[in-house]
Design a protein around this ligand. Sequence first.
Ligand code: ADP
Length: 194
Amino acid sequence: MSVYRLLIIGPPGAGKGTQAALLAKRLGVPAISTGDIFRENIREKTELGVQVKAIVDSGSYVPDELTNKIVADRLAWHDALGGFLLDGYPRTPEQVVELDRILAASGHQLDVVVLLEADTDAVVARLLKRAQEQGRSDDTEEIIRHRQDVYAAQTEPLIKTYDERKLVVRVDGIGTVDEVFARITAVLGLAAVA
Ligand code: ADP
């Protein structure tokens, strides 16, 4: 299976960012995280950052119009022309439509959707630990719970959409970073070493 255009999807705290970085490196494609793009803009106090700070801090989703534009711009960069790994996008049905549109415009389509599975108790525990270590402003218990609810209501239904397209591979996200990465490479038919 040739995999160049991928998504990694799963609840907040499932370890998507960590695995996305490893997998993108392994495949030689850029890992594009909308959450990272938003956080960087917030840190740098750009116009976008100022616009989205309160939303991101509250754990709700940034409006589709804004998010879609950011992703369309980012996917047009030279480094993403041969492939990409999207982490945290699409997260709503409207974003699925937009990604389809972007890909169709260049005659491409998604190769695979990696679903990183982890139950709510495990991901909440992980995020609370990260809160202590990194102090991310959206990692308080109340906002963590809200992010899980938003994911369940808005993003989980997308799995069905991609299942119907036969794109989803499921990976157990509980285990060490290496264990989970080995599962991902195995299910994608990639050699385990870089
Ligand atoms: P997590 O994996 O914990 O959800 P992310 O870094 O992926 O964290 O996202 C952090 C926040 O950035 C989200 O809670 C949301 O406010 C915003 N965000 C990221 N991606 C999107 C998206 N595709 N659509 C809308 N908002 C997004």
